[in-house]
Design a protein around this ligand. Structure first.
Ligand code: F0G
Length: 463
């Protein structure tokens, strides 16, 4: 007998809305003016001119009533705030790391770990670059080496763990430069620039075995670690019955330490930290944090922010929360697929990534197809995404040439607990109509190019 299709297939957000923030739709003429004034860079738009803001999931989350209640319990003492100790307890409990230093956001922790571990002339292998991570490694005198599997550079590959490290590439680097020149392997999960793609537990174990053998440290960019844990639960054999908290803890067990931009997983608007089991690194970080951030018991944060982070950790591992997040991204992908929009496969943990090379086939990479597409979508509907291609990749510090990444993408990133399914439907229809008009779209040229992280403040003109 043919199996009957189940009636109950839908899921809903595991919350109801208590506070609302009005947003407004503007007209196309206004948005054309705004885009031009912003130099066709979505980072330079005023938020008030944006309708649905999918620029980033960083610090844009909606906090729960439990977190807001915690904000009122902020202990704003300069030293030894009780919120610091609550946060530290939760870092120990959920990430399993004994030592912890708070920072105002992720890149401050990246700055510290890069300065502490990297010496001039070192190499830092990683599963694809991230903009701020690589820059701090370079500023500390290191050279980043991409050792992610080849599939990660192919938007169409359906590999379930495109965040995996290719051990052959890692081995080749060790042979070429020697293990002594590699202070640590930098592993992120899921991999932001690859399209929010996770690594598998199996791959992590293999990388750990390899690094142990060669006495190389292994550090974790755990910014979106709960999304990685969710994919492991969904896709990797043996993890179906484990909780997100159990998988997260197991994952962290393999690393010497980690850094986190709390503005993502932790469901807050600001914050970051470094946590480790390495006492020496901890002592150095504790020394450094007072120079760059503030005392080691607040690291550039208010007590109330640390309380919101402590409570955010408890919520981020709740299955319903993380499932809603990842399934919302999947819903967006499935709707876009109905219009045959070229995207990175499989859909990522935090965002949908449009394949701008395919979307705007007629625009060569040095005319910035992803930058162009992000601004065209904004002009069409007020939906704001961001470029993740040649502009983000920047220039090679040695040759000064543009780095030409294989992935030329527009990222539509979903803030946690902020938008509903109807917002996504509006976004989908806008992208579908830009796709229909794609042949009339022209590329861009740089008119202002900053030295560091040019995607943030660079300005362009239409060709
Ligand atoms: N690591 C990853 C994987 C990130 O995605 C980010 C930030 C950082 C580190 C740096 O943290 O912003 O708190 O200083 N990503 C944001 C984004 C900016 O939009 O993807 P931060």
């Amino acid at each position: 007998m043919a199996k009957k299709k189940a009636i109950k297939q839908s899921w809903a957000e595991p919350f109801k809305i208590k506070v609302v923030e009005p947003i407004k739709m503007t007209d196309r003429k206004h948005r054309e003016k705004c885009a031009k004034e912003a130099g066709y860079n979505t980072f330079l738009l005023k938020s008030a001119d944006v309708y649905i803001d999918l620029l980033t999931d960083s610090g844009t989350n909606a906090m729960s009533d439990y977190q807001w209640a915690g904000m009122m319990l902020g202990d704003e003492a300069y030293a030894g705030s009780k919120n610091f100790y609550h946060l530290w307890d939760n870092v120990k409990k959920y990430y399993g790391m004994p030592y912890f230093v708070p920072t105002h956001q992720g890149r401050a922790a990246e700055h510290m770990i890069s300065k502490i571990l990297i010496k001039e002339g070192d190499y830092i292998p990683g599963n694809m670059y991230f903009t701020t991570t690589r820059l701090h490694q370079e500023l500390a005198g290191g050279t980043f080496v991409d050792v992610i599997i080849d599939e990660a550079h192919d938007p169409a590959s359906e590999h379930p763990f495109k965040g995996n490290i290719d051990l052959k590439k890692l081995e080749k680097l060790v042979k070429e430069v020697g293990a002594k020149k590699i202070p640590y392997v930098s592993m992120a999960g899921p991999v932001n620039m690859a399209g929010g793609q996770p690594f598998s537990m199996k791959n992590l174990q293999e990388v750990r075995d390899f690094t142990k053998k060669h006495k190389i440290k292994l550090w974790f960019d755990a910014t979106r670690a709960c999304e990685n844990a969710f994919f492991v639960k969904e896709r990797e054999k043996g993890y179906q019955d484990k909780t997100i908290a159990q998988i997260l803890k197991e994952m962290c067990k393999y690393f010497d330490g980690l850094w986190v931009s709390a503005k993502k997983d932790l469901l807050v608007n600001i914050g970051g930290f470094l946590a480790t089991r390495d006492r020496k690194v901890y002592q150095e970080a504790r020394n450094m944090v007072v120079v760059y951030e503030g005392l080691h018991t607040y690291g550039g944060l208010a007590g109330r922010d640390m309380e919101a982070m402590a409570r955010g950790i408890e919520e981020m591992v709740e299955y319903e929360n993380i499932r809603m997040r990842v399934k919302q991204v999947e819903y967006a992908g499935m709707q876009l697929a109905k219009y045959k929009i070229p995207m990175v496969q499989p859909y990522g943990g935090h965002a949908i990534f449009l394949d701008a090379k395919k979307f705007l086939r007629h625009i060569p990479q040095d005319q910035f197809p992803a930058q162009t597409l992000a601004s065209e979508i904004y002009i069409d509907s007020g939906v704001r995404g961001m470029e993740r291609g040649i502009v983000s990749a920047g220039r090679d510090p040695e040759t000064g040439e543009n780095r030409k990444p294989k992935l030329e993408l527009v990222r539509l990133t979903f803030p946690r607990r902020v938008y509903t399914q109807s917002h996504i439907d509006v976004m989908v229809e806008s992208i579908a109509s830009v796709y229909e008009e794609r042949k009339s779209i022209k590329g861009l040229k740089f008119v202002y190019e900053p030295k560091y992280l040019r995607f943030f403040q660079g300005k362009f003109e239409k060709l």
